[in-house]
Design a protein around this ligand. Structure first.
Ligand code: NMX
Ligand code: MLT
Length: 447
């Protein structure tokens, strides 16, 4: 058993009685109440999931296992010449709640390297996609094609005990995580850099550096990859991708089904795809401006035009956050250090000075501040990844670390099949004491 797996085993053993006690002794204690607006409005804010991997405070932003992002980036072990820590160390932190030692990370890097080999048929699946396919669709299918490798499924069919579910889930999850960057890089090269041909990983490199190598990028793209995968890893359990992964896995579908599903959820423009939308929207502005940098008034006009045509401002707003996303700030600090003169970065910064006030004046968005996606495409663009359709694939590789860590713990703690209850509109109307009479727009305006 690897060092990480042994530690995880111990943590699971210690944690199980806590969950069992809550269920047995306090199962009837009320945690939350549900309003009509929440039932209709995407269940916003209802406390109905448990995870210890991360917690999102609306004002402070994300904490992984109690650590803020700056603390995570500062305290996780890193290579001698690196600015950003090893992604493998993050996996240790998410799974165990403890910062790993350098030796523990080294052990894990070797373990990941041993699990990297991607079967030939996955390349065939990717190669068979028609041109014009979105990279997220290809990624989802590539992950799905690996399903037959699932240890969990083999052991389930043999009658594995519930107490052991976490073990083969850990094996499947770690195998998949080790392969994800290779699959991502292969998709990129296949779509946008076909002359590169077959790709071979460098066995001496950690996950982030190897991804940079496979993308054909020099330093500091290794640090960009590490930063990118780490900051996108988790955002507690209720976001669409994490929740989808958890939901699908709750039926004991294996991690390949669950990860493919989470990728599909991430591919929506209100979620992970917003990072490509930001770049598309910025390019629209740049096209209008030609070689001239926009004035504040020109920026304001562009933002209002987008809103008045019924579209959202990509990269702004959030379902939970009510302040600037710390993931935005981490990337902004990186940009200030490495690319302060980058033109697109200047656009993003200039927009930060006008968008929040406009969104407040517009009066709809509860959070006028930027989220992670407002900055992430800029960094990729700067390092030559200009095919912005690809950006959400990078988000997905990072997000897999959080989603899969959660699924391993779901299995360890025996979390139930997810199955909330739905009701009809008639029932809702009866509950609030109205019948389904015709409602006029006038009545709604005055109420
Ligand atoms: N631009 C314009 N309108 C907005 C924006 C925005 N950036 N954000 C929210 N609104 C609108 C929203 O469409 C809704 O309008 P309506 O009443 O007509 O349906 C209203 O404001 C209230 O929405 P909120 O309660 O503030 O936001 P909600 O929790 O429903 O949605 C997002 C959250 C993230 C989906 C929303 O802010 C949005 O669409 N942002 C732009 C897309 C984006 O950046 N998504 C990425 C989120 C982060 N991620 O990586 O997943
Ligand atoms: C995420 O990282 O999942 C997004 O910020 C969306 C969310 O938290 O709802």
């Amino acid at each position: 058993m690897s060092v990480l797996k042994e530690k995880l085993h111990q943590k699971i053993h210690e944690h199980r009685p806590r969950t069992a006690k809550l269920m047995k002794k306090f199962g009837d204690t009320v945690v939350d109440q549900v309003k009509v607006s929440q039932v209709i409005g995407g269940m916003r804010g209802i406390k109905s999931l448990v995870t210890d991997i991360s917690y999102l405070d609306p004002m402070e932003g994300i904490r992984y296992r109690g650590f803020t992002l700056p603390e995570v980036l500062e305290q996780l072990p890193r290579a001698k010449d690196a600015e950003m820590p090893y992604v493998e160390g993050l996996y240790h932190l998410l799974l165990t709640g403890e910062m790993p030692t350098k030796d523990e990370v080294k052990d894990l890097i070797i373990d990941f390297n041993n699990r990297r080999i991607v079967p030939r048929y996955v390349w065939d699946v990717i190669d068979s996609f028609p041109s014009g396919s979105h990279p997220m669709a290809i990624l989802s299918a590539a992950v799905m094609s690996l399903e037959k490798e699932s240890h969990f499924n083999i052991l389930y069919k043999k009658g594995m005990s519930k107490m052991d579910y976490w073990d083969s889930t850990y094996e499947d999850a770690t195998n998949l995580l080790a392969k994800m960057p290779l699959i991502g890089a292969y998709i990129y090269n296949k779509l946008y850099n076909p002359e590169k041909g077959q790709l071979y990983p460098d066995p001496t490199l950690d996950l982030g550096a190897n991804f940079a190598y496979m993308m054909g990028k020099d330093k500091p793209y290794d640090d960009v990859s590490r930063m990118y995968f780490i900051i996108h890893a988790d955002h507690e359990s209720g976001n669409v991708s994490a929740h989808t992964g958890h939901l699908v896995a709750s039926s004991l579908s294996d991690v390949y089904y669950a990860t493919s599903a989470m990728i599909n959820g991430l591919a929506g423009p209100l979620h992970g795809l917003a990072n490509q939308e930001v770049l598309r929207w910025l390019q629209g502005l740049k096209k209008q401006m030609g070689s001239k940098f926009p004035t504040q008034d020109e920026l304001k006009k562009y933002v209002w035009e987008t809103l008045n045509s019924g579209q959202v401002i990509p990269g702004y707003g959030h379902a939970v956050l009510r302040k600037t996303d710390p993931r935005y700030t981490v990337q902004r600090d990186f940009c200030l250090k490495h690319m302060p003169e980058d033109e697109i970065f200047k656009y993003v910064d200039a927009l930060y000075n006008v968008v929040p006030d406009i969104l407040r004046e517009h009066g709809k968005a509860k959070n006028p501040w930027p989220n992670v996606d407002a900055q992430s495409g800029v960094v990729q663009w700067h390092y030559g990844i200009k095919e912005y359709d690809f950006y959400t694939v990078l988000f997905a590789i990072g997000r897999s670390f959080g989603v899969l860590s959660n699924i391993i713990w779901d299995r360890a703690l025996g979390y139930s099949l997810e199955r909330p209850k739905s009701i009809t509109t008639d029932m809702l109307e009866k509950m609030v004491g109205i019948s389904n009479e015709l409602v006029t727009t006038e009545e709604l305006k005055t109420s």
